[in-house]
Design a protein around this ligand. Structure first.
Ligand code: PMP
Length: 468
């Protein structure tokens, strides 16, 4: 091949690329017009049936032109995502949950007493013997580079714990130690999602799931559940979303923020449906020990593509230790471990040794779970007195009541409550499209909980529920 030939091919590629860019630009203008038309008719910007039709058509065209259909779908997903973002201009809410958290911190720094009903952190702290083991380990040489998956004795301890708690046998090479549950969620997304992929998230949800999907340049298919349905996704909704062939599905039971749990029958049915699509199931089980009914782990279903997220933050109150783990197939665990190795080498060894010590004490998670249950009952009793709607938590450390009718802005309510009464709550908008809801956390001591709750309930009677 001559240099002239290379030049000619480059020129052709340039022309084709310019055509693609012009076509994308045209597509965006059309998407904007479509968005306006839908808005005028009050139609949602997302139409999964229309997407499915387009996907089928593109798969056909790809095959006809000798293009890998999967590759074509990836490009199409990016185009669809782009069109949706054009049709759904992000109107920034006036007040976000982050404003409330920041303001609570500010007030506290200026010496004000704040009742923290907003934090997702248990007040327990790490057990004393765990802290002692940590300093012992750091000064006895457990401070070197280690295996990316984590120290074998910790993975063995977790394996034994899982066998004891949920009756499931996993091998040590299916476990990866992570710096906290948060990073474990990131790893699950990074190990399963590619740009243009889709992932199902069930709202209301802990905000991180949607954030990690976005980080992967993938798209969240959000199932909006309702209090009236006890926060369960409707069968038809799940079915419709699964037909979109998502790569990954995130679930979280006991749930943050609703406190709902899942029975073993429901889990089996859910996994049965998911398994038909071949999607990965990411089951965030960090509230496993705050479960007031029989706990069910997704691992019990034996579905090969399950990734379980867990953490020492809730079960042993070790939030600041930043240690958690994932359990997955060996292949996926290897993939996740490669990311750990590239980004952080490994979780500090002395922290892992402290975690081994924590696991030796099986009583602590049980007693922490009982404390949360007692505190949640206090909240339920208070809410019942004023007749607020909510689902009574069967796990977790939160209650998610509805405190206003249509048009209510819980972020504004939360900011007012903080400014005037020094009580912080998380507005429902932090967890999806739930402006009529707030999340009450019981991560604080009982005395403060009672006082904060008293003030909240008085204000709900006056502000939220009467003025709507
Ligand atoms: N999953 C859920 C549902 C959570 O609420 C949290 C903490 N708020 C985590 C995971 C992560 O906790 P950590 O990173 O402290 O392990």
């Amino acid at each position: 091949m001559s240099m002239d030939e290379i030049k000619r091919l480059r020129e052709e590629i340039r022309i084709v690329t310019e055509e693609i860019i012009r076509a994308i630009s045209k597509r965006r203008i059309l998407a904007e017009k479509l968005g306006e038309a839908k808005k005028a008719l009050g139609i949602s910007p997302i139409d999964l049936d229309a997407e499915a039709e387009l996907r089928a058509q593109i798969a056909k065209i790809a095959s006809e032109n000798g293009l890998d259909p999967e590759y074509a779908q990836k490009i199409l997903s990016l185009l669809i995502q782009d069109a949706i973002s054009i049709q759904q201009p992000q109107t920034k809410p006036r007040i976000t949950h982050m404003d409330i958290f920041r303001r609570a911190k500010q007030l506290e720094m200026s010496g004000e007493k704040i009742y923290h009903l907003e934090v997702g952190e248990p007040d327990f702290g790490a057990p004393r013997q765990v802290a002692e083991t940590l300093s012992w380990a750091a000064s006895h040489g457990y401070a070197a580079y280690g295996e990316a998956k984590g120290r074998p004795e910790l993975r063995k301890a977790i394996r034994d714990l899982l066998r004891e708690n949920i009756g499931v046998d996993v091998s040590e090479d299916q476990i990866v130690i992570t710096p906290g549950g948060r990073f474990a969620v990131y790893l699950a997304a990074a190990s399963t999602l590619r740009p243009g992929d889709q992932a199902v998230v069930i709202d209301p949800s802990w905000p991180l799931y949607k954030q990690v999907v976005e980080m992967m340049h993938a798209r969240s298919l959000v199932i909006h559940t309702r209090l009236e349905d006890k926060w369960r996704p409707k069968h038809e909704a799940l079915d419709k979303y699964l037909r979109q062939k998502p790569r990954t599905i995130f679930i979280n039971y006991p749930n943050n923020p609703t406190g709902t749990t899942i029975s073993s029958t429901e889990m089996s049915e859910l996994v049965e449906e998911i398994s038909r699509t071949g999607a990965y199931l990411v089951s965030d089980e960090v509230y496993m020990d705050y479960c007031f009914t029989d706990f069910t782990s997704a691992l019990e279903t034996g579905y090969e593509r399950t990734i379980v997220i867990n953490s020492f933050s809730k079960s042993w109150g070790m939030t600041g230790y930043r240690i958690g783990y994932i359990v997955a197939s060996k292949e996926l665990a290897d993939r996740a471990a490669r990311i750990v190795s590239q980004l952080i080498t490994c979780v500090p060894e002395f922290i892992q040794i402290a975690a081994v010590r924590a696991i030796e004490d099986r009583e602590i998670p049980r007693s922490y779970g009982e404390t949360m249950k007692r505190r949640l009952e206090i909240v339920s009793r208070e809410l019942d007195k004023i007749g607020v709607s909510y689902v009574k938590p069967s796990g977790g450390m939160y209650v998610f009541p509805k405190i206003g009718e249509d048009g209510f802005d819980s972020a504004e309510f939360a900011l007012n409550l903080l400014e005037k009464k020094r009580v912080a709550v998380a507005p429902g908008t932090a967890f999806g499209d739930y402006p009529e809801y707030i999340r009450i956390s019981v991560g604080l001591g009982e005395e403060d909980l009672r006082k904060g709750l008293q003030i909240l309930v008085e204000n709900l009677q006056r502000t939220g529920r009467q003025e709507g």
